[in-house]
Design a protein around this ligand. Structure first.
Ligand SMILES: [Zn+2]
Length: 234
């Protein structure tokens, strides 16, 4: 993994500064793929949306103003203060301002926060809503990824988690193979095994065919847990 410079951004609501990492390149060696579509890898998992530590409002990181960039032990540059001038300043040596180094990094939202962000109007497009609902779902499933999870540990889904999956299901297009696979997995996790299997009986492209077969086997077993996709199947 090759990290890029750290960025200093401003909360669009209150102007509080935060830092966010960037990545130049990373490798997928050793990555783990899950049936819900999440891929765990060595690459730093940078959030797309966050919540300001000062004012508690949500914001998309891509929409926050960047005021500077820096390397922890090296050069830095300040973005122009003139909003009409988006040009980036020269890299300066001598280490970044101490204030920048002490900034808190932006954080990922927790499961319920993704849903709260939707209620607060952060999903301006269907694509945003899909992103937020998938993130809420993955975040809920995270508790079953770390340990050797079993079905008893899962119990029944809370109303909020179920509602999220039901709404996400409506946003997915059955004619799109990737959406269809997501949808089949949602039906399986909701315990609708026949519906999951109906969706999986489809001419998926080669590179996900084995994943569909694997999810189908889980549905046949009556398994509703998120599962690691065995190596060699993706
Ligand atoms: Zn703020």
């Amino acid at each position: 993994m090759e990290p890029g410079p750290e960025r200093v951004i401003l909360c669009p609501h209150c102007g509080h500064k935060a830092r966010v990492g960037t990545i130049r390149s990373y490798s997928m060696i050793g990555a783990i793929a899950w049936t819900d579509g999440k891929i765990s890898s060595m690459a730093p998992d940078l959030p797309a949306i966050t919540r300001c530590v000062a004012c508690s409002e949500f914001y998309w990181i891509s929409e926050a103003k960047v005021v500077g960039e820096f390397h922890e032990w090296g050069s830095y540059r300040v973005r122009s203060a003139d909003p009409a001038d988006s040009s980036v300043g020269q890299w300066l040596e001598g280490g970044p301002p101490a204030e920048w180094l002490s900034l808190e990094p932006v954080r990922h939202l927790a499961g319920e926060e993704y849903l709260l962000a939707i209620r607060k109007g952060l999903a301006r497009t269907e694509r945003d809503e899909k992103y937020l609902r998938i993130s809420a779902w993955w975040s809920h499933n995270d508790q079953y990824r770390t340990v050797e999870a079993n079905l008893e540990a899962k119990g029944s889904l809370s109303g909020q988690v179920r509602e999220n999956l039901e709404r996400l299901r409506e946003l997915l297009d059955e004619d799109d193979y990737s959406d269809r696979l997501f949808k089949a997995e949602i039906e399986r996790e909701l315990g609708h095994f026949d519906e999951a299997r109906r969706l999986l009986a489809f001419d998926f492209p080669e590179h996900v065919r084995e994943v569909a077969v694997f999810i189908d086997q889980l549905a046949q077993r009556g398994d509703t847990l998120v599962r690691k996709i065995p190596k060699g199947n993706w």
